[in-house]
Write a protein that binds this ligand. Structure first.
Ligand code: MG
Length: 253
């Protein structure tokens, strides 16, 4: 099933589900007991929002060998983790804003895990029970600031640097899907999620051995090779086969 968060005109944001190109509301708790109302509103008549409001956004660095190589970096022995702040979230279609502090803001196409159930010390075998579904993400990065700083908080944390969506797919199989990034229609990144160094279950076990995962938390699973710069006026599209396409324009602050 595909879940969305949406707004009709000025109504309060709400969770919903998709049936082809129609949206239906969800009554109850998306992370617990809920009931689906009939999908009768055309998708074109709603504004899609970021599909969840995460309490934390955990990201995995250098999780594809070819991407680590393009930065002359070693592939980590254990998953390399960092955070993006929830304030960096934007809705599908919202603009990524290039901050004046950076001359080199880059796209990073990523598969994103959406946590559905609270968990600490989750085993790899039990990881699936804690996943609500998957979505498409762009780990926007100020590469020059990442190189300048030892910690990546600034480079990864600007407002608008965490686009994800447009929906969460609870049936998606992440084992071998093509992930691409296009800028103005031109292919920049293409790989398979099969090439991740640490897979979904391993990541959930590793991360939950450190911190409690909460419903709605996101795990950005790392980007393949081919990252590159974004400029004012660009449109960046991240697509994962069988999951969806996330599109955002880019503008200077
Ligand atoms: Mg990344």
């Amino acid at each position: 099933m595909r879940f969305v968060r949406y707004q009709i005109e000025d109504d309060a944001p709400r969770f919903g589900w998709l049936l082809e190109d129609k949206v239906g509301g969800i009554e109850g708790d998306l992370f617990g007991e809920f009931r689906r109302l009939e999908a009768e509103t055309p998708l074109a008549d709603v504004r899609l929002l970021a599909p969840v409001r995460p309490s934390k956004i955990i990201c995995v660095g250098r999780n594809y060998v070819a991407h680590a190589k393009e930065h002359n970096a070693e592939v980590p022995k254990v998953p390399l983790l960092f955070f993006k702040p929830p304030s960096a979230v934007i809705a599908p279609g919202d603009a990524i804003v290039l901050p004046p502090q950076s001359q080199q803001v880059e796209h990073e196409a990523e598969l994103v895990i959406v946590i559905g159930k609270r968990g600490r010390n989750v085993t790899a075998e039990a990881a699936r029970e804690h996943i609500l579904g998957y979505t498409v993400g762009n780990d926007v990065t100020a590469r020059d600031l990442q190189r300048a700083d030892r910690l990546w908080t600034r480079a990864k944390g600007f407002d608008t640097f965490a686009p994800f969506g447009p929906w969460i797919d609870s049936d998606f199989n992440p084992s071998d899907a093509v992930i691409t990034c296009r800028v103005n229609g031109q292919m920049r990144q293409m790989a398979s999620t099969r090439d991740m160094v640490f897979g979904v279950s391993t990541l959930i076990a590793f991360i939950s051995s450190v911190m409690t995962l909460e419903p709605g938390d996101l795990i950005f699973t790392g980007t393949p090779a081919g990252v590159g710069a974004l400029a004012d006026g660009d449109v960046v599209e991240v697509e994962i086969e069988g999951l969806g396409k996330l599109s955002n324009p880019v503008r200077a602050e």
